[in-house]
Design a protein around this ligand. Structure first.
Ligand code: NAD
Length: 487
């Protein structure tokens, strides 16, 4: 029997007024239904926003230590349910157990991190005139509207919710329709923690449903002060325009087309492993995934051979099976989109060096499995080298001098994460200086982030308004008031 799950609004679990639900399925085996979720309407979302607005003043006046305690108590409960959260994530999103467990632990650590930060994020006193207190304080913005994607369905919500709550904001969050269950379980943990700590009803709200219903209701409601969105460029650009027209503060973190440069000085095996980790890890479904390898002429043939060997060693399968080394796509449409890019690559005249096929057979027929894919003989202006594929897909091109490598790396509209594999210290430093990407990795895969440093893109990858994560992640949710107090 399929379980039906509810929204969490104003301190209680509730059905949608629509009476309708949608099913979430395991992308490795679509005969397994994860659960049915509320197909919520604008009215449901407005109810959640009204609850968040009613709780706004009380939560803003709650001592920082209590806000921190709420986050810490939530983290403890998530920690107790770590294995369960990990398996839940695998069953709805498709990641490997190890990948999912890393993400769950990241989410737990994010809550612990902001539990501490809640205490020391306040403002600063400056030297003023004689007999004057001159200082500034940070106040919460109010109600935060958070719209999140499916590909990191626990980490991304947590890196938005924890800093919002630590700084005294109330929130309404809309998970993706593909993977809402793991966040629902975080809300179970938050509900228990709220009860224990005495958090007012309405501070946290979880509403499932479509972007056109729940997402749009968040954007349309005048009580929403901030909108933090992570997702595709197409949706994000529309949301940015809509939210700024309405004078909301908005932050959008979007897609990318990330390069890894392989220097003449690089160890070829290490370079191939680094590119494979960035390209095929999490099935290429990361905004920071490597989709372009830019390889020095002198290393090209050896590199392609080594990268093909890496691809051959990938064992696609269900994320909870120990021998799987790559999970499925999250959905049929994501699988179709990757396969369309394979066709596009061929039409554009690139050489399909490896993969590009949907996997078939007993283990695969009910899932969205694809082979890792490598294209060679690509030009940087081809569609497959300019547009985000969001699958295990990489194009390999060459360069002859370092300036050309940087030029190729920068020659896309996006700018999220760029890597270089090199033994040349000067090259590494020049790359850091000259590349127009918000994250730069030297001798590391383009994927993988630390939670205590800022994260965000440049150019079409981001609204460039604020950074997420680290202490800087709290700035978005606060506004500064400057006080001149003469005595
Ligand atoms: P998406 O844009 O399709 O959806 C993101 C969220 O927006 C979902 O909750 C969706 O329901 C909602 N939405 C859709 N249409 C809407 C509308 N009209 N109004 C309001 N909300 C709407 O993205 P996705 O497929 O879930 O996620 C994959 C994308 O996210 C990729 O492009 C990836 O690169 C990007 N991403 C970026 C980052 C980053 O930090 N830069 C991190 C992860 C993913």
């Amino acid at each position: 029997m399929t379980e039906t799950y509810q929204n969490y609004i104003d301190g209680e679990w509730r059905d949608s007024e629509t009476g309708e639900t949608f099913d979430v399925k395991n992308p490795a085996d679509t005969s397994e239904v994860v659960g049915s979720f509320q197909r919520s309407s604008e009215a449901d979302t407005n109810g959640a926003i009204d609850a968040a607005a009613s709780a706004e003043d009380e939560w803003a006046d709650t001592p920082a230590a209590t806000r921190g305690e709420f986050l810490r108590e939530t983290a403890k409960r998530m920690d107790d349910r770590e294995e369960e959260l990990t398996e839940t994530l695998v069953r709805e999103e498709g990641k490997l157990r190890g990948e999912a467990n890393g993400e769950v632990n990241r989410a737990i650590d994010i809550f612990y991190y902001y539990a501490e930060r809640a205490l020391d994020y306040a403002g600063e006193r400056k030297k003023g005139a004689a007999d004057q207190n001159l200082y500034y304080v940070r106040e919460p913005m109010g109600v935060a509207g958070l719209i999140v994607p499916w590909n990191y369905p626990i980490a991304i919500p947590c890196w938005k919710m924890a800093p919002a709550l630590a700084t005294g904001n109330t929130l309404v969050i809309k998970p993706s329709k593909e993977a809402p269950n793991v966040l629902r379980k975080v809300f179970e943990c938050m509900d228990e923690a709220a009860e224990e700590v005495g958090v007012p009803d309405g501070v946290i709200n979880f509403v499932t449903g479509g972007g056109e219903d729940v997402g749009q209701a968040i954007l349309n409601h005048e009580e929403v002060d901030t909108v933090s969105f992570t997702g595709s460029r197409q949706v994000g650009e529309m949301i940015y325009e809509q939210a700024t027209d309405d004078h909301k503060r908005v932050q959008t973190e979007l897609g990318s087309k990330n390069p890894t440069v392989v220097s003449a000085s690089a160890d070829v095996q290490e370079a191939a492993e680094t590119v494979a980790a960035g390209a095929f890890g999490v099935t290429g479904q990361a905004c920071t995934a490597t989709e372009r390898a830019i390889v020095h002429d002198s290393q090209y043939e050896e590199f392609v051979e080594a990268l093909v060997e890496e691809a051959e060693s990938v064992q696609p399968g269900f994320g909870l099976d120990d021998d799987s080394t790559m999970g499925p796509h999250v959905s049929e449409s994501e699988l179709e989109s990757t396969l369309e890019y394979v066709e596009k690559g061929k039409e554009e005249g690139a050489t399909l060096e490896y993969g590009g096929e949907r996997l078939e057979g007993d283990e695969y027929d009910d899932g969205y499995f694809v082979q890792p894919t490598i294209f060679t003989d690509v030009d940087n202006d081809m569609g497959i080298m300019q547009e985000e594929v969001f699958g295990p897909f990489v194009g390999v091109t060459t360069y002859s001098d370092f300036d050309e490598a940087v030029e190729l790396a920068n020659d896309v509209e996006f700018g999220l994460s760029a890597g270089i594999v090199t033994d040349d210290h000067t090259e590494a430093n020049r790359f850091v200086d000259e590349v127009d990407f918000g994250v730069v990795k030297v001798n590391e895969a383009t994927t993988g982030l630390e939670l205590h440093v800022p994260f965000g893109g440049m150019n079409a990858s981001s609204s460039e308004t604020y950074r997420e994560q680290g202490e800087e992640g709290m700035d978005f949710f606060t506004i500064i008031k400057t006080v001149y107090d003469d005595y």
